[in-house]
Design a binder for this molecule. Structure first.
Ligand code: SF4
Length: 371
């Protein structure tokens, strides 16, 4: 069979040489049949996948490793076993189930997607890419993954693992995040996904990227595609893919106030938009710089809640990394000495009585410290 070419895109870089697409598919599927991992959302060979399980797992797996997701997935499916149950659940329940996984926008989108599926698709997860793309939080990758894995629809996928394998397989040495490179990679993924077993093929590509074609020290000796791999033949595996330089994260300082009164601690709910929206936290000042003083924090809390507090003492500083920021959290402890908490500004809770309050990870860490 002659080498397959990815379809050229008008006005963009020329198509890349793939090699023998039929051989790549055959070898990859044979490898997957032997090495596929048994995962709670993955159907056993010959069984029909549960599209709702695929939807939930794909939402959780964005930016998160398989091993981390497994216990969260199991807990989530036990609490919300069907798309209807998820659609009916309240947002705080969904956030609590997600607590610790991070990137909470995914949880809100998944919740909204379940409601759209119930309202507009008679409770059935759509089986085609255009309908899937109309769901909140579902982009091209997730739509392709759900359509192919849950329904065996021929649809390409491109996540970090697949992009790395394809870059090496076809020796694409332009920066991996550049628009042109992404187009070439999507076009390659589209040309390679087979009409038969597209779901298994896509999972095999991701699995190969996760288990064999790792970022550092890929196991080329045990790779089923070593004979087809152009980067390996050219001795350039270590150079590809080329990463574009990312902007360094900006450092910011947030001040957490653990205010106690009669054995309980003050908590407040975050606003409905922005980072960690609607989740709960110890009162946290985000507009001070590193040099916040005990008296400035006292004034800040007084204005915010009506409470007078004793001089706060700093007990610890720790950092939390987000995509664009390195946040230094300064944890202060204090006691409420006078004043009444204004309505809707917070609640008093014991630190062992927080099961119904979803807390972002750095806030959980702060609570663990004051415990
Ligand atoms: S031969 Fe090596 S670099 Fe090429 S696809 Fe396989 S693991 Fe990746």
């Amino acid at each position: 069979m002659p080498p397959t070419k990815a379809p050229p895109e008008p006005g963009h870089a020329p198509a890349v040489r793939i090699g023998n697409a039929a051989t790549i598919r055959r070898r990859l599927l044979a490898w997957f049949d032997k090495h596929r991992r048994d995962l709670p959302w993955r159907a056993k060979p010959g069984k029909t996948p549960n599209a709702y399980h695929v939807l939930v797992s794909e939402a959780m797996l964005q930016q998160t490793q398989v091993a981390t997701v497994i216990p969260y997935f199991t807990r989530f499916i036990t609490a919300c076993p069907t798309v209807q149950a998820l659609a009916k659940a309240d947002e705080q329940t969904v956030l609590r189930l997600w607590q610790g996984l991070g990137y909470y926008r995914r949880a809100r989108n998944l919740h909204a997607a379940a409601q759209t599926i119930v309202n507009d698709h008679a409770g059935r997860v759509p089986d085609n890419v255009p309908d899937l793309l109309s769901l909140p939080g579902v982009g091209r990758y997730t739509a392709g993954a759900i359509a192919s894995i849950a329904y065996d629809t021929r649809a390409p996928i491109l996540d970090g693992n697949v992009a790395r394998v394809l870059s090496r397989l076809c020796l694409i040495d332009s920066p991996i995040d550049a628009t042109d490179t992404r187009k070439r990679l999507w076009s390659l993924a589209e040309a390679l996904v087979p009409p038969g077993r597209p779901g298994d093929y896509n999972q095999a590509m991701m699995e190969l990227g996760a288990l064999v074609c790792a970022k550092a020290n890929p196991s080329c000796k045990s790779c089923p595609l070593s004979k087809q791999c152009q980067a390996l033949q050219a001795g350039r595996v270590a150079e590809v893919p080329i990463s574009a330089k990312r902007k360094a994260p900006v450092g910011v300082d947030h001040h957490i106030l653990a205010v106690c009164r009669r054995g309980r601690v003050l908590f407040e709910q975050r606003p409905a938009d922005g980072l960690w929206s609607n989740m709960w936290q110890l009162p946290t000042a985000e507009d001070f710089n590193d040099a916040a003083s005990p008296s400035s924090l006292q004034d800040w809390l007084q204005t915010r809640s009506g409470l007078t507090i004793s001089d706060p003492t700093k007990i610890e500083t720790f950092t939390h990394q987000t995509t664009h920021r390195t946040i230094r959290f300064h944890l202060w402890q204090s006691t409420a000495t006078a004043g009444r908490l204004r309505p809707n500004t917070g609640i008093w809770r014991g630190v062992t009585d927080l099961d119904d309050l979803p807390l972002p990870n750095p806030q959980r860490k702060a609570v663990a410290i004051i415990k």
